[in-house]
Write a protein that binds this ligand. Structure first.
Ligand code: MN
Ligand code: MN
Length: 291
């Protein structure tokens, strides 16, 4: 028998699926080191490690309608790739499914948030876990660089925005965030307040019932996730990130995991990313179970 990497428990056809997972193997604007193009398939391989039962939520993934659409065709330029991604993700959202994008780099988040906002029927919030502000207007002359995604989400989609885990950026970005009153929690803030207090502040601040959740894996400390394009020490723990996902998945209408670069470790970042993906789905499914 031949075998190609498949996401474990993503056995549903597209038609009945509630969750549609897809990979976007693009890392063309990555500023320090590339390699996140290999993450979607690395996560599919890592998924084979996990049991289909999640005891915390009493959820068996085998009972859920999860579809793996495969990987998007990508282009050399970021603009063409983002256009292709827009064409791919809009129908998924229009069909009432929850899109889960596996990057690739962080620039890929923007079309996914836009698609979710377009069909939400109300203002949505955006919560990003990231070591970096990503608040530049452009980076190295590229507007839609991975280093600019939060800036464009705020200016083009929603000002209901919170960043958690931030700890790196030039002086101008910190000043910009303070001047504009952008809501953010550094990883030190999280340690001082505790992640549960941060989460309840975030949900109060956003004041909306629908959010898009974006996980840039470098929000995590490199001790937990060393295989990254731009690793940054003193980050969040695996448990803190899991808390955020458990708390916010129920109100999420879209989710992504980006910036894993599997060549730079021995598989632990893809493994943790895949586990967090499964925690997201279980937390969301548990919240819909009672409906
Ligand atoms: Mn980022
Ligand atoms: Mn980052």
């Amino acid at each position: 028998m031949f075998h190609k990497p498949e996401m474990m428990d993503a056995l549903a056809d597209y038609g009945p699926a509630r969750y549609v997972i897809f990979g976007v193997p693009y890392d063309g604007t990555s500023s320090y080191r590339q390699g996140s193009r290999w993450a979607p398939d690395a996560m599919r391989q890592a998924s084979a490690n996990f049991e289909t039962y999640n005891a915390y939520f009493d959820i068996d993934y085998g009972d859920l309608l999860i579809h793996d659409a495969g990987n998007l065709e990508t282009y050399v330029t970021v603009n063409e790739t983002l256009e292709e991604l827009t064409l791919a993700v809009e129908p998924i959202v229009a069909d009432g499914k929850l899109p889960i994008m596996l990057g690739g780099e962080h620039s890929l988040t923007l079309p996914c948030v836009k698609a979710c906002a377009k069909y939400a029927g109300e203002d949505i919030g955006f919560v990003v876990l990231d070591a970096h502000f990503d608040l530049r207007e452009e980076y190295s002359g590229v507007k839609y660089s991975h280093a600019c995604v939060s800036r464009h989400v705020i200016s083009e989609v929603t000002e209901r925005y919170v960043s958690i885990g931030v700890r790196s950026g030039p002086r101008e970005e910190w000043a910009f965030a303070k001047d504009k009153g952008i809501k953010y929690y550094t990883s030190d803030d999280v340690r001082e307040k505790g992640i549960r207090d941060v989460i309840s502040e975030v949900t109060d601040y956003l004041g909306c019932s629908k959010i898009y959740l974006s996980l840039d894996m470098d929000a995590l400390d490199p001790a937990y996730a060393p295989g990254l394009g731009t690793p940054e020490p003193f980050g969040l723990s695996d448990i803190e990130v899991r808390e955020v996902i458990h708390a916010l998945a129920p109100r999420s209408i879209g989710f992504d995991i980006v910036e894993i670069a599997p060549e730079y470790d021995n598989g632990q970042s893809a493994l943790l990313g895949t586990k967090l993906l499964r925690e997201f789905i279980a937390a969301h499914a548990a919240s819909e179970r009672g409906l």
